[in-house]
Design a protein around this ligand. Structure first.
Ligand code: NI
Length: 215
């Protein structure tokens, strides 16, 4: 009697543990498959629909003058979105952009570097003027109303999000995508860069290659 019960229990235990392993396997592959197929890309590091990106904006430059993309017609545009109170990524990216410009030689005049704020509330033209001057005399800083900035962000498919940040200036920060866009002289999409992906030398060489090919 006793050994019989024991044997039955053992059999049941074995079956139960195999079942457990099977359930675990199915659950793991299901969650991996879900993560692989359905998770949205991180809007700060992934780019979707690059072909639809166009340079289109009506904004105000750091001198207070109203400008649109047409003011940069005929020049390649290097466009970066950020804000002057950004604690880390913006200053390093703009310093990087400035060293890329330094490496373009006499082709530098064919490129218009443009910094567009995602924080128009604080980044009035005077704030932009002081900020861009710290990086490069070639850099144009653009701001506008909330609505104008939102339109420019949509044209470049830029993501930005205000969030409370106690301890930082005015108690908020702006999360934002940190792509550098290279746009053609007609304002179409050419390429996108992230600062940490290549050295300033490599990016300059790439731009020179594209400028040479694009005539
Ligand atoms: Ni930033």
């Amino acid at each position: 009697m006793v050994p019989d019960i024991l044997a039955r229990n053992l059999r049941w235990l074995r079956r139960a543990s195999w079942l457990g392993v099977a359930v675990l396997l199915i659950a793991t592959s299901w969650s991996m498959a879900r993560r692989y197929f359905s998770s949205p890309p991180d809007p700060r590091t992934e780019i979707e629909g690059a072909a639809q990106i166009v340079s289109k904006f009506a904004l105000v430059d750091q001198t207070g003058k109203r400008v649109t993309e047409a003011d940069f017609d005929g020049r390649w545009q290097l466009v970066y979105f950020g804000y002057t109170n950004c604690p880390d990524v913006c200053p390093t990216t703009l310093a990087y952009l400035s060293s890329v410009l330094d490496r373009l030689g006499d082709k530098v005049d064919r490129v218009a570097p443009i910094f567009i704020t995602v924080d128009p509330e604080r980044d009035i033209p005077a704030a932009m003027a002081a900020y861009v001057a710290a990086f490069s005399p070639r850099l144009t800083g653009l701001t506008g109303t909330e609505d104008e900035i939102a339109k420019a962000e949509r044209a470049f498919r830029v993501y930005s999000q205000r969030s409370a940040a106690p301890g930082s200036a005015d108690g908020y920060e702006m999360a934002h995508s940190s792509f550098i866009y290279l746009m053609t002289p007609k304002g179409g999409f050419e390429a996108v860069y992230l600062e940490e992906r290549q050295t300033a030398d490599e990016m300059a060489q790439e731009i020179l290659m594209r400028i040479g090919r694009g005539g």
